[in-house]
Design a protein around this ligand. Structure first.
Ligand code: GLN
Length: 392
């Protein structure tokens, strides 16, 4: 049998998606892969029913149905203050997952270096490798997950083609401050690199923190490739709707990558999602409040376990320090947690470049009842029961 491509041996299947399969197999409460267990807004469901009976069952225009792109541009402009032209600045993709791959393939030649902050959302390294680029890592250090400016500049000085900035950040919950983003921009200008941002949690930010749109920083637009998705904002992760937003010269190239990869995102779903993009400002305020409530509930529950954890400024992930449980390998802890406690999280090691086995990542994008049930199960982690567990 012939050998499969070398580059595929440089990374594994997604640990996040694997944990969902394990959770389902054991009937555990799934706080691993980040997606809600509640419905999208009623407006979207009604629009989906209408779309089913409409004329949208064949290919949409490859870079996005015009009606969807127009609504998307209006929504982006409303929040970012940018002046996005639906015909020149956008490519609609299958989730931010495809958007990131398109961005990476559009920006990078084989052999180019791409800066990725560690910890990082696991797709970034795979995206870089699949596009022939080499990820180089700069640490975000707990507890604040700040980077060392000198370390970042040394990374840029290696001659990088792009930096990936996930903001609000998965898995740390860091919301990058304006000064940090301006510093990243200044370095990207000095070393002439693209900034590829991934911003699906733009509307899940906890006061007093605020989301800053990188592309809207002074002078940033030309070198910023923004990747984003409707998944988290409208609770439609299964609809697979995302987009790349960039300067027209970049978009002209990105369209080609997208067209030959997937042709397009699902036409009836683009049609239905317009109803989400047209929701009023109160919807987004409501979403923030909803997640602020879930965050409070979940963090208070976690506090009772006696374990230490990160307090996210944005997004909906918490890194829990499980070192007191005595597992040397976090994947074993995660499997044990699914089987014995009935709660699934993601082993932290899948987000870190550095050898790191201290964390499990849990998310709180769940109904109150689900979160309460998870918290109740997690109370078993509180001492003294803890001492009875396998010590390695
Ligand atoms: N971003 C989500 C997470 O980190 C999952 C996204 C996905 O699986 N495509 O869990």
């Amino acid at each position: 049998m012939p050998h499969t491509a070398e580059r595929l041996h440089a990374f594994t299947e997604s640990v996040i998606r694997g944990m969902t399969r394990l959770a389902n197999a054991h009937n555990a409460i799934n706080l691993s892969q980040g997606f809600p267990d509640f419905d999208p807004p009623e407006e979207l469901l009604a629009a989906l029913e209408r779309a089913a009976r409409g004329p949208h069952h064949q290919y949409a225009m490859t870079w996005g149905a015009p009606r969807f792109r127009e609504a998307l541009a209006r929504k982006i402009n409303r929040f970012s203050g940018l002046d996005i032209d639906p015909d020149r600045h956008l490519v609609v993709t299958c989730g931010s997952t495809e958007a990131m791959m398109v961005a990476m393939m559009t920006a990078c030649n084989p052999g180019d270096k791409v800066i990725v902050f560690s910890p990082f959302y696991e797709n970034y390294a795979a995206d870089a490798i699949l596009s022939g680029a080499e990820p180089i890592y700069v640490a975000l250090r707990a507890p604040g997950f700040d980077y060392d400016p000198a370390e970042l500049e040394r990374a840029f000085a290696q001659g990088v083609k792009a930096i990936v900035v996930c903001n609000p950040s998965n898995p740390t919950g860091k919301v990058f401050r304006r000064e940090e983003l301006l510093h990243i921009l200044a370095l990207a200008e000095r070393y002439d690199a693209f900034v590829i941002t991934d911003e699906p949690y733009e509307h899940i930010v906890f006061a007093p923190h605020e989301h800053v749109y990188f592309a809207a920083l002074p002078g940033a637009f030309e070198r910023t490739i923004t990747c984003n998705s409707l998944s988290k904002t409208y609770s439609i992760t299964g609809w697979r709707l995302g987009y790349v937003q960039a300067a027209p010269e970049v978009i002209a190239q990105a369209r080609k990558v997208h067209d030959f990869l997937t042709v397009g995102a699902a036409a009836p779903l683009q049609e239905a999602a317009v109803a989400g993009l047209e929701l009023p400002a109160e919807y987004y305020a409501g979403l923030r409040n909803l997640y602020a409530g879930k965050r409070k509930l979940f963090l208070e529950g976690l506090a009772k376990t006696g374990l230490r954890f990160t307090e996210p400024q944005g997004a909906y992930y918490v890194l829990v320090d499980i070192s007191p449980l005595g597992f040397a390998i976090d994947t074993e802890a995660a499997e044990w947690m699914v089987r014995e406690i009935g709660v699934a999280g993601v082993p932290g090691s899948s987000f870190f470049r550095e050898p790191e086995n201290r964390y499990l990542r849990f998310h709180f994008a769940k109904n109150e009842a689900t979160l309460c049930a998870a918290i109740e199960r997690l109370q078993q982690l509180a001492s003294p029961i803890r001492r009875k567990w396998p010590q390695r």
